[in-house]
Design a protein around this ligand. Structure first.
Ligand SMILES: Cc1cc2nc3c(=O)[nH]c(=O)nc-3n(C[C@H](O)[C@H](O)[C@H](O)COP(=O)(O)O)c2cc1C
Length: 192
């Protein structure tokens, strides 16, 4: 069974992204081994190494960075759940990505974004960044405006009105979950 990480891209107090991630994780968990990876559990220093990690076989890792790199290396695919901050992704998420090495090469990533204007620039920004560490960025992405947090309860269930119809958020999430699991299985052979 494919192992999928659902990454919470915000560490802000009072954040909304964790509720979205819970909703996403529950859907992915129907067909894969899915796990939320919360950046709050991986506090990292600002990246300041002399050589990009992907090109540094002699890299010496501090325990904090090692914990993050090892965790992220365990998965076959990733769903980044991120807010848009200042027309991009939060700095904490970019720093966490910059801290990764070759461990994610040829693995797939899908994106779920939100923001007061829908998160499109966070998606665009992340799609530029992810191939930098070798991830394969899928066409699938979900976009939400402010208020999405109110639509999802503490258990990660989205309100009934958002579950109806082929273009509902729930249907779109099902499509994204199907795609990330499918690509996670398929790209195993690319890495073999
Ligand atoms: C510093 C900051 C910058 C933001 N910039 C944008 C932005 O450029 N575009 C946008 O659509 N929303 C923007 N927002 C709104 C956030 O995307 C929205 O508040 C979202 O809920 C934040 O996610 P979080 O609560 O999980 O941190 C910004 C919010 C913050 C805190």
């Amino acid at each position: 069974m494919a192992k999928i990480a659902v990454i919470i891209g915000s560490v802000r107090q009072g954040r909304v992204t964790d509720k979205l991630a819970k909703w996403v994780n529950q859907e992915v968990a129907k067909t894969a081994e899915s796990e939320i990876v919360d950046l709050r559990d991986y506090p990292l220093p600002f990246f300041d190494e002399t050589i990009p990690p992907r090109y540094n076989p002699e890299r010496k890792l501090t325990p904090d960075v090692q914990k993050w790199v090892s965790k992220m290396g365990q998965f076959d695919g990733y769903v980044f759940v991120t807010p848009e901050y200042n027309r991009s992704i939060p700095g904490v998420l970019k720093n966490a990505i910059d801290s990764l090495d070759n461990g994610l090469v040829d693995k797939p990533a899908a994106i779920v974004a939100h923001g007061s204007t829908g998160g499109a620039q966070a998606v665009a920004s992340l799609r530029i960044t992810l191939p930098g560490i070798g991830l394969v960025s899928l066409p699938n992405a979900l976009f939400f405006s402010d208020g999405v947090g109110d639509a999802i309860d503490e258990e990660g269930v989205i309100k009934a009105e958002f579950q109806e119809g082929p273009y509902s958020p729930q249907s779109q999430l099902e499509g994204l979950a199907t795609a990330i699991v499918k690509y996670a299985e398929a790209l195993k052979s690319v890495r073999a």
